[in-house]
Design a protein around this ligand. Structure first.
Ligand SMILES: [Cu+2]
Length: 461
């Protein structure tokens, strides 16, 4: 048996079994919980589809579409067997429709526009109501073309009638999204497939929020993916078991050990492990491009060379051709292809405009003297080195900019090494854990209560 399946009884603590009445709430850091009110025996929620300004990274506020001011939308948590009503208002400039992904509900509540209902027009409303007999990690999302690529998804957790065994001490959900946003623009290009912003719960590393757990806790992380890519999510320092999918809990006999789980598009995967190994452990998508921020072929020396089309416009930078072939001399450099005169010249220059003495972007131009690279300095002095090797530690770190209780006590400079779909699972000794929880409480106390719906309280019954 994998150690991921041990019962939680470390540190001598013994915890009472939780009854059906009070499920362990799922934490979705950086994403609000959706409040509800009871109308008789119906749990009523209110979602507003609307444009949102989302700071996905310090100083990078982008225009997304989401729900109730957030992309991803707020997390809905219900109990198996609940009767649920969700009022969906459309404040978008175009029609929308809400799909309840994987829900076994009547067809007319499925949110398939054109077949199960009319699209909800701008300014319109649709009221969904159903009884939920399932349990597990589900999600809701717009079912109108391309709207999910603008941010329109949210987690929908159905807590089981009978608590899962073994019980978890911590339960988190992470929604994975990806956007193609040029450096000089704020709106995602939902057609483009070169995603350069990759987020966990609407934040790109290091702005993501670490999962804080106590040494010995049994931890559940629910991973939800709705985008154009599949994400192999990898956890350092621990072995986990996959305990559920987007279809609910899996029988224990199917739980195999692993440290990387592929979360495909439109899928959810629940992983569980016992946090036996103290330390700050990375949790991240392992696609190299998904551990980066703001990757773009329209910045850097290639875009600064006179006569080169790179950086001239969105079409060229994003690889959309208006004329010529992709491998022509005119288009080669902008598309990153190693053909033609342009790319040959490109190979003679460093990819770093900032480092390497006596070397400016222009010195790689044909007919100009190229400084001899000094390979003893760093990778940036190697001609044509394919990436920016300046991201080399505290110089680029932004620890202060992303300061929050959950980051307290991390190694100085940590933030210089975290980007994209990346965060930590921090396995902490009790005193450090308690300290961070204290800090968090204080911070929450200072925040004004953000209530989207007056009179509606979020309570766990
Ligand atoms: Cu990925």
């Amino acid at each position: 048996m994998s150690h991921g399946m041990q019962e939680t009884k470390m540190n001598g603590k013994k915890q009472p079994e939780r009854g059906h009445a009070s499920p362990l709430p799922v934490e979705t850091s950086d994403v609000p919980q959706l409040p509800w009110r009871m109308d008789g025996n119906v749990k009523e929620f209110h979602l507003i589809a609307e444009p949102v300004k989302q700071e996905i990274f310090p100083g990078r506020v982008v225009d997304l579409w989401g729900y109730n001011g957030s992309a991803p939308g707020p997390t809905i948590q219900v109990n198996q067997g609940d009767r649920v009503r969700i009022i969906v208002d459309n404040h978008l400039p175009e029609a929308t429709s809400m799909h309840w992904h994987g829900f076994e509900i009547p067809n007319e509540m499925d949110g398939a526009p054109g077949s199960s209902q009319d699209p909800i027009p701008p300014g319109g409303r649709f009221v969904y109501e159903f009884t939920l007999h399932q349990e597990g990690t589900y999600f809701y999302h717009s079912h109108m073309a391309m709207q999910e690529m603008m941010g329109m998804i949210g987690a929908f957790i159905m807590h089981p009638k009978e608590p899962y065994k073994p019980r978890a001490d911590k339960d988190f959900a992470i929604i994975m999204q990806e956007y193609a946003i040029l450096s000089n623009i704020k709106v995602p290009n939902s057609m483009n497939m070169e995603f350069n912003w990759l987020t966990f719960n609407g934040k790109a590393g290091p702005a993501t929020t670490p999962l804080i757990v106590r040494h010995g806790d049994r931890v559940r992380v629910r991973l939800i993916n709705l985008g154009m890519d599949h994400h192999p999510i990898h956890l350092h320092g621990h072995t986990f078991v996959v305990t559920g999918t987007e279809g609910g809990r899996q029988p224990q006999s199917t739980w195999g050990p692993g440290n990387t789980v592929l979360v495909g598009v439109a899928q959810a995967r629940d992983i569980e492990f016992v946090a036996t190994n103290p330390g700050d452990w990375m949790l991240h998508c392992h696609l190299p491009h998904h551990m980066m921020n703001q990757m773009s072929s329209t910045v850097g020396p290639m875009s600064r060379r006179p006569g080169m089309p790179t950086g001239e416009g969105m079409e060229e930078g994003m690889g959309i051709l208006r004329q010529g072939s992709a491998t022509s001399d005119e288009n080669g450099p902008s598309l990153g292809r190693g053909m033609g005169v342009g790319s040959t010249a490109e190979q003679t220059i460093s990819n770093s405009p900032l480092k390497g003495e006596g070397q400016t972007p222009h010195e790689g131009m044909p007919g100009m003297q190229m400084a001899q690279p000094d390979v003893s300095k760093d990778a940036n002095s190697v001609p044509g080195f394919p990436q920016d090797a300046l991201m080399e530690g505290p110089a680029m770190a932004m620890d202060q900019m992303v300061e929050k209780p959950e980051n307290f006590g991390l190694r100085p400079g940590w933030s210089g090494f975290m980007a994209g779909m990346m965060t930590f699972v921090r396995v902490l000794p009790p005193d450090k854990y308690d300290h961070i929880m204290e800090l968090r409480k204080k911070q929450e106390g200072n925040k004004p209560m953000k209530m989207d719906m007056p009179g509606m309280e979020h309570k766990h019954e």
